[in-house]
Design a protein around this ligand. Structure first.
Ligand SMILES: N[C@@H](CCC(=O)N[C@@H](CSS)C(=O)NCC(=O)O)C(=O)O
Length: 310
């Protein structure tokens, strides 16, 4: 057993879906404590580490469970960058104060970081849904400001502190983001799913009444069609979907709405391919600057103009 698994068990049993490692429902407080202690003992025995050092590594995970927390609400903010029409999402845990930012934009980093601080949160991860072509990610700059870790999928081909693969989980406080690979707009596109809250962050795979274009990077319309139908449309109908962009002022949709109303994805696969081949969109204005910067998204040098602006 790995320490990461012990943390995942604690997280799942105590904060999120109350399922133990054998997929058994655990709801009673005493039973939760038994499951958590068993996983700590199992790990300590197998690793040969001293119990004291194991306890100190997982202390941060245990503190909030010791107090019988009332039902807490997740902190959620949808932030907008007008220039690129990009949405950034701040998700935070009221108990542990850990938070993540999904798809931060470089020019908005000061705004986003100020909000994190105003809410008394600690930024754990700056997460990207994919390697963006229309703006530079703010994740590298946030990392420099806050010491957070940057995340992007392995298949994106971009640098970051943590590379995820489908099925990995991103934990912050009491919450778990499940990860689905949803390629087609780019190879590395991921959708992040907060199962217990019924929310998903679709990046550019699915936009409100639309979808990401497939005419550059590793775009492929058939792949995108399958990603949306087989991954996003198989989530519960009530799941609220939050995209990375909207160009018409819309903020949110649902699986049910998009299955019924999306003008591209309600069509057959061949019709979809035909629509995508005929979008005739101009290339994003910042593509030549954004792609090389985002390739090293977690670790690039912050452009001097941005540092001077702030
Ligand atoms: N005008 C914008 C770029 C608009 C654009 O191409 N958006 C992309 C997502 S960002 S790469 C897209 O997939 N659009 C799909 C659509 O149907 O609009 C700019 O110059 O930045």
């Amino acid at each position: 057993m790995k320490l990461k698994l012990v943390k995942e068990i604690i997280h799942s049993v105590c904060y999120s879906n109350s399922i133990d490692s054998n997929k058994k429902q655990v709801t009673n407080q005493n039973e939760k404590e038994v499951v958590v202690l068993a996983s700590i003992i199992e790990y300590t025995k197998a690793s040969g580490d001293r119990l004291e050092s194991v306890m100190s590594s997982i202390h941060g995970f245990l503190v909030p469970t010791a107090t019988n927390q009332p039902e807490q609400k997740m902190i959620f903010r949808q932030l907008f960058d007008e220039k690129s029409c990009t949405y950034t999402y701040l998700l935070g845990c009221e108990v542990t104060k850990e938070c993540v930012l999904i798809d931060p934009v470089l020019e908005q980093v000061q705004r986003d970081f100020e909000l994190v601080n105003d809410l008394g949160l600690t930024l754990k991860y700056a997460v990207n849904t994919h390697m963006h072509a229309d703006h530079i990610t703010g994740s590298g700059y946030l990392r420099a400001l806050s010491g957070c870790k940057t995340i992007i999928s392995e298949s994106s081909g971009a640098d970051a502190d943590i590379h995820i693969n489908e099925g990995d989980t991103i934990l912050f406080g009491a919450y778990t983001l499940d990860t689905f690979s949803t390629p087609g707009h780019t190879n590395g596109c991921f959708t992040y799913y907060l199962k217990n809250q019924g929310l998903a962050f679709t990046g550019d795979a699915l936009l409100i009444r639309g979808c990401g274009r497939t005419d550059f990077q590793e775009g492929d319309s058939r792949t995108l069609y399958h990603s949306v139908h087989e991954k996003i449309f198989t989530l519960p109908d009530s799941t609220l979907l939050y995209p990375a962009h909207d160009y018409k002022g819309r903020t949110c949709t649902s699986v049910e709405e998009e299955k019924r109303l999306n003008p591209r994805l309600t069509k057959t696969e061949d019709e979809f391919v035909d629509i995508m081949n005929n979008l005739n969109l101009a290339y994003p204005k910042q593509i030549d600057v954004a792609l090389p910067a985002n390739k090293v998204c977690g670790v690039y040098d912050i452009p001097k103009e941005i540092l001077e602006q702030n």
